[in-house]
Design a protein around this ligand. Structure first.
Ligand code: SF4
Ligand code: SF4
Length: 388
């Protein structure tokens, strides 16, 4: 976070963080700022969460704005809801920072429209790995609530991609952001839409300047610790992600289920080439390839699938970790894609999901980007050399 936010308002937090947030939405709907609120709610079996588009504000009591898990990236839900245009209802969505970043990338890729949508985010300690939560949901709730209440940003119980996330608080990317301070929730507006809502709801602003300064200082120190951990861990990830031989080893157990592809909010193609009939060769073709190698394994083209996905979406990977959650054979897919994403984004001086205003490189092609692409290839080749 480069600058201390200039505006903010204090929510009544005497009943805890989640109540403060839910009470805010209750009042906002009552005062007709929104018609619908998108928030996670537990499924009837109580062992997972689902996104709920809430119309009846009485149901807000059963929702959880800061859920312990992220079974589906909210960008995927919003993508579906706005695919045929926005409609006329005003929707508020409260989602994690990585989900905001995915939404921003999908806006640039013409997959999401923001016209009637107001985006809210919050300071995120991380999310629990799905498998850990499902194994014992009650324990998951208790453990997660503890790290939220104690503002523990270096907990080992969250997903490994969350531990390394240095974009855990991005007020500037949203219309409104819930900054979670030691004892209260501060609402930070960052757009005309957001400012109008704070003004209309007439929320307490006394003492906000010093509160925002203290919170920013605190959050900057958390972010810089995370950035350091990320840099160190990426040196380890490079050892399994750089070079064909390493990739072959890393993905040796891949069963070709393509779960990592289908849960990824950025993989938005309606028909993936690798699942299409064009990629279902007949036995003549198999024979030609087997002739060259002596034998042809199945699942085939495992590395091509992963490298193809990297080439398609690494500029927009937002480190949400869903691909690892979905992998049935425990391949650290998210770490590998986050690492690749970080390298690609750095080469283009681009931060995925930072702002709708930042142009997505290579979408609007510029001649000078050819030089950047060459630099990227050279740096990958150099790194390959280092790890040989
Ligand atoms: S590749 Fe994995 S970590 Fe990156 S956006 Fe897709 S699901 Fe999230
Ligand atoms: S989810 Fe895991 S096993 Fe399935 S295709 Fe992706 S890496 Fe391979």
């Amino acid at each position: 976070m480069d600058n201390i936010p200039k505006k903010g308002a204090r929510l009544n937090s005497k009943n805890g963080i989640r109540s403060a947030i839910k009470d805010f939405f209750k009042v906002a709907v009552e005062k007709e700022q929104f018609n619908l609120v998108l928030m996670p709610m537990k499924v009837p079996s109580q062992d997972s969460y689902a996104w709920m588009m809430i119309k009846d504000i009485e149901l807000l009591k059963d929702a959880n704005p800061i859920a312990p898990i992220m079974p589906v990236n909210a960008a995927n839900a919003i993508k579906r809801y706005t695919r045929k245009g926005n409609g006329s209802y005003k929707i508020a969505a409260i989602v994690r920072p990585c989900e905001i970043r995915a939404i921003i990338e999908l806006v640039k890729l013409n997959q999401i429209k923001l016209d009637t949508l107001t985006l809210f985010s919050y300071d995120c300690v991380g999310a629990l790995p799905m498998q850990d939560y499902i194994a014992n949901p009650e324990k998951g709730e208790v453990d997660f609530n503890k790290i939220v209440d104690e503002r523990t940003y270096d907990s080992k119980i969250v997903k490994d991609t969350c531990e390394l996330c240095d974009k855990c608080s991005m007020p500037a990317a949203t219309d409104l952001h819930f900054a979670i301070d030691k004892d209260e929730v501060i609402l930070i507006p960052n757009s005309e839409k957001g400012e109008k809502i704070v003004e209309t709801l007439d929320i307490e602003t006394q003492g906000i300047t010093s509160l925002l300064a203290d919170w920013s200082k605190d959050m900057n120190s958390i972010i810089s610790k995370r950035a350091k951990a990320r840099k160190t861990e990426f040196e380890n990830v490079a050892k399994i992600a750089v070079g064909l031989d390493n990739l072959k080893d890393t993905f040796a157990n891949c069963i070709g289920c393509h779960n990592c592809n289908s849960v990824c909010p950025i993989c938005y193609c309606r028909q993936c080439y690798f699942d299409s009939t064009a990629n279902k060769p007949n036995t003549d073709f198999i024979k030609i390839r087997a002739d060259k190698k002596g034998a042809l394994g199945y699942p085939q083209d495992k590395i091509m699938f992963h490298v193809g996905r990297m080439a398609h979406m690494s500029l927009s990977c937002i480190n949400c970790g869903l691909c690892s959650d979905a992998c049935p054979v425990d391949i650290p897919v998210a770490k590998i894609f986050s690492y690749t994403g970080a390298q690609t984004q750095e080469a283009f001086d681009y931060i995925a999901g930072n702002s709708v205003g930042d142009a997505l490189p290579m979408r609007d092609y510029k001649l000078e980007e050819l030089g950047e692409l060459k630099d990227l290839v050279k740096s990958v080749e150099a790194e390959e050399g280092d790890h040989e």
